[in-house]
Design a protein around this ligand. Structure first.
Ligand code: ATP
Ligand code: MG
Length: 278
């Protein structure tokens, strides 16, 4: 039997990385349940590294992108929210709630597609309150052009005919294909260098665990705005500028850390070495 001791670890609230450890536990749990792919665990680590550099908080450029994303979902005729293992493990409940609030369909869309994982994710979404889950019934299978086998499948009732697709934590090849097909592509990606971050129309450079709850709050503020006002938000939105500001923030943070070296003051109280043994 596999060791499952990770699932029993209790993380004290006072731990400086308590939140980050909690999300790791959710992913490990998702992995043990067949929801998260092995590569999903690695992808999370890449995201965390960028979250660290961003100071693990939501910045103004992310909030602006979240507002534009919500405006786009609200004006779209056929928005579809894509779900992969990491999304399901981290924010299933909030993601389903957001999809409902903007009338979007949910579609399971996997990089490492297996029947077992599709079904496991479908179960998580249904338990989180989803009404209908697309992407799991072969009867409705369609293919994206120019993408390799297994990764190209989409649902005829979902992504294939969508005007706007939400693809958080997505792979670059597929984001590129969707954009080239003329879809409006919204992503959440902590790495502004990834091809997904670069190719999306709207890139929310933030952790999905903060961004999705944030977007739920934004829908509440925006749902009664007239369509013209929502379109105005999109007209004024500039993803190039958003990405530039994300890099700028990382640069600012690194400049501050570089001017210090030792950032944790308390460490300075301790001698450089303990050479008593000499
Ligand atoms: P690309 O294929 O777009 O060039 P990649 O190959 O570096 O990117 P993938 O594993 O294909 O990365 O996609 C996962 C993306 O999701 C990564 O860019 C990673 O930084 C990001 N990511 C992982 N976890 C989170 C999270 N919790 N919140 C936001 N973004 C995340
Ligand atoms: Mg990739």
């Amino acid at each position: 039997m596999r060791e499952r001791e990770e699932e029993n670890i209790i993380i004290p609230e006072s731990h400086p990385r308590a939140k980050s450890l909690k999300y790791r536990e959710l992913l490990v749990h998702g992995y043990n349940e067949g929801v998260v792919a092995t590569a999903g665990l690695i992808a999370h680590g890449r995201g965390e590294a960028f979250d660290y550099l961003l100071g693990e908080k939501t910045h103004d450029f992310a909030r602006e992108a979240m507002e534009a994303a919500v405006a786009l979902f609200l004006v779209s005729k056929h928005p579809v929210f894509s779900v992969n293992g990491n999304v399901a493990a981290l924010v299933a409940k909030e993601y389903v709630e957001l999809a409902k609030k903007v009338n979007a369909k949910l579609e399971v869309n996997l990089f490492y597609r297996t029947k077992r994982r599709e079904r496991a994710i479908e179960r998580v979404l249904l338990a989180a309150g989803a009404g209908e889950v697309l992407g799991v019934d072969e009867k409705y299978r369609a293919e994206l052009p120019e993408i390799e086998h297994l990764r190209r499948y989409v649902d005829k009732r979902g992504i294939l005919i969508a005007d706007t697709v939400f693809v958080p934590l997505e792979d670059g090849d597929r984001t590129m294909a969707l954009r080239k097909m003329g879809k409006n592509v919204v992503t959440i990606d902590l790495n502004p260098l990834s091809r997904t971050a670069q190719w999306a129309n709207i890139t929310i450079v933030d952790n999905i665990v903060r961004a999705v709850p944030g977007m739920i709050r934004i829908v509440e503020k925006m749902r009664n705005k007239p369509k013209e006002e929502l379109l105005e938000i999109l007209k004024n939105y500039d993803n190039n500028d958003i990405l530039r500001r994300a890099f700028e923030k990382i640069k600012e943070n690194i400049e501050e850390w570089a001017s210090k070296g030792l950032i944790i003051e308390e460490v300075k109280k301790y001698p450089k070495f303990n050479l008593k043994f000499l």
